[in-house]
Design a protein around this ligand. Structure first.
Ligand code: M6R
Length: 608
């Protein structure tokens, strides 16, 4: 949510800032801006409403050879998307970019009576507060930032420059990521390492409560209490190909099509189908710790939550005596709920930075419960704060809509469940079918993508006329339906909702009319016949249904059916979810929407 970049060195700052912001645009895209300083400290501030392209146009008309600067792409929290609310914000001689929320901005603003505020943002208040210390001439810029941050409540990742000293940038973080790229005669700043790829391989990931003063050839990290920190320089693992579209029209399509490979990465070295074993090093739990777990709470938001619900259905199937509690992080964080002894928490997050999920992690840790991360972004805050974890290793997911992460999150959690069941003495005959199917899943996903992508594209055209979608499923197909509906509403802006098939008669059946279409997720299995009865109930009321199934004999007169041929039974819903991903993608394209950056959303939700 929002992106920060910064540059100090000998090269053109404007050009790094614009290219870095383009890389981070998926994090927020309602306005953007940059501020650069000349050698003598003359500042140039350029801001624009809307996409980075708008900013780029303005910069092209106002080129500078400045070699120090900061930039920001915004997802509005306080104040509408507009040029005046775009960052950087200026106060006196300083310019500030900020990710996060300053919660006590109103109280601070009241104390800054002399400052003439020009925007509606909390960030400008922080800028003015920093300036109130800096302008007294007694504080260095770094000291002024420290004083201000000691008074500010909330979350922040910030970068600050001053016209008085073009040779330094001050950065700090608390609850919002900041990475310092260590270059050769240059230092780069970003809120996400992907902006640094191609410029440097070495980075320092700032920790909460740390502040750094960077020049083109030095980085000095301290705590807010002025204790020096010997920061670790780490290697950035992402490569350029992983953050480019690679010939696809959209990142979303690339990420859907990547799933055979991204899931193979999740499985690499962890699953041994020949011997029927799963080995996960990351969680770091002993056999006896695994054996003792009787309550598994699974925490996530959006797609990560649905991944938890689906994984929970699977883990329950093969783990006797376990209670599984998937929870929505934004709800759970404020619940007065005490986990029973022998609980374990799985913390699920693609970005590893989601504010609500992070808050739950911290609350759960306070109860003395062990936490295991199911995270994609390496080195992210959640990955650092959990007691152990299993990275899903799907590579950067750029499109705001999560696809490849979902598939791998589900399977990573099921693999964790298998290791737990193994430790609990669950017989191999019970676990073996799961292990065998997981091992085959990447190939089966490829078959579905190769075999059904064109059919889904054709079918989608017939459904563009509807205003609403109802996604239906039972058992494991129910969370699959929930995830399908989320994808559809997120990128096509169609009102799409999911219901458990059995719930239809309890209300949602009243919706069925010519404004609605229905998507039925129909895997083979013990509830197939029951779901077929539900399909008939919808058809009897004139439903406009598309069915995703692996049952060859399905022959009801629905408008459209996509039959997949697969060796899988247990994990067939994962394949059907991929059909839902393609359906939503084609719908969004047909509607002319911005597929990768849907309106009002941002990739990483770092504010509450
Ligand atoms: O980074 P996270 O996995 O923690 O993100 C959680 C949700 O914000 C995310 O899955 C969101 O629902 C997606 N945009 C859905 O496609």
């Amino acid at each position: 949510m929002c992106g920060i970049v910064g540059y100090i060195g000998d090269k053109n700052a404007q050009s790094f800032l614009i290219s870095g912001l383009k890389r981070l645009e998926y994090r927020g895209y309602d306005s953007a801006g940059i501020a650069t300083l000349s050698e003598k400290g003359k500042a140039t501030l350029i801001r624009a409403k809307g996409k980075i392209a708008n900013l780029e146009e303005k910069v092209a008309k106002n080129k500078r050879s400045d070699t120090t600067g900061i930039g920001h792409t915004r997802w509005a929290t306080h104040g509408e998307p507009s040029e005046k609310n775009a960052h950087p914000h200026k106060a006196g001689s300083i310019y500030l970019v900020h990710n996060g929320i300053i919660e006590n901005y109103k109280a601070i603003k009241e104390h800054l009576k002399d400052h003439e505020f020009k925007s509606d943002t909390d960030t400008e208040v922080l800028a003015a507060l920093i300036n109130s210390f800096y302008s007294d001439g007694k504080h260095s810029l770094a000291d002024a930032v420290v004083q201000a941050l000691k008074l500010a409540k909330g979350t922040y990742g910030i970068a600050v420059i001053s016209e008085n000293n073009p040779d330094e940038i001050i950065v700090a973080r608390s609850g919002s990521p900041l990475v310092i790229g260590v270059g050769n005669g240059e230092t780069l700043i970003a809120s996400d390492a992907s902006a640094l790829v191609g410029h440097t391989k070495n980075a320092i990931y700032l920790k909460d409560g740390e502040i750094a003063r960077v020049t083109k050839d030095s980085i000095e990290v301290k705590t807010l209490n002025s204790e020096p920190v010997s920061a670790k320089v780490e290697e950035i693992e992402t490569n350029l190909a992983a953050i480019q579209k690679g010939g696809y029209d959209h990142f979303l399509l690339k990420e859907i099509m990547e799933q055979p490979d991204s899931l193979a990465e999740t499985l690499r070295g962890r699953i041994d189908a020949k011997n029927g074993t799963v080995t996960l090093g990351g969680p770091g739990l002993s056999e006896s710790e695994l054996r003792r777990i009787s309550h598994l709470v699974i925490v996530g938001c959006g797609t990560a939550y649905y991944a938890g619900v689906l994984a929970g259905y699977y883990i329950e199937q093969f783990t006797p005596g376990i209670t599984i509690e998937p929870v929505i992080a934004s709800e759970y964080r404020y619940k007065q709920s005490y986990l029973p002894e022998n609980s374990l928490a799985l913390i699920v997050s693609q970005s590893g930075e989601t504010a609500d999920t992070l808050a739950c992690l911290r609350e759960i840790k306070k109860q003395g419960i062990k936490t295991i991360g199911i995270v994609n972004a390496i080195g992210s805050t959640i990955a650092r704060e959990v007691d152990g974890g299993t990275y899903v290793h799907v590579g950067p997911e750029i499109s705001v809509a999560s696809t490849k992460a979902f598939t791998s999150q589900v399977i990573a959690m099921v693999m964790f469940g298998i290791t737990m069941a193994q430790a609990k003495g669950v017989k191999n005959t019970i676990l073996r079918p799961y292990i065998n199917e997981i091992a085959k899943l990447p190939t089966e996903i490829k078959k579905v993508l190769d075999g059904s992508a064109d059919q889904i594209k054709k079918i989608t055209k017939k459904y563009t006329k509807y205003e609403h979608g109802i996604y239906l499923g039972r058992d494991v197909a129910y969370p699959t339906a929930m995830e399908g509906a989320l994808k559809m509403k997120e990128i096509s802006y169609l009102d799409a909702n999911a219901y458990a098939f059995g719930e239809l008669k309890h209300g949602p059946l009243a919706l069925v009319d010519d404004r609605f279409f229905e998507v039925a997720i129909l895997p083979k299995g013990h509830l197939y016949d029951k779901a077929i009865s539900n399909v008939q109930e919808v058809l009897a009321r004139g439903g406009h249904m598309v069915v995703f199934t692996n049952e060859d004999s399905f022959d009801l007169p629905v408008e459209n059916v996509v039959k997949i041929t697969t060796q899988l039974e247990i994990f067939a819903p994962i394949l059907m979810n991929i059909l839902s991903q393609l359906f939503a993608y084609n719908m969004a394209v047909a509607k002319g929407n911005n597929v990768d950056q849907p309106r009002n959303l941002a990739k990483s939700v770092t504010v509450e």
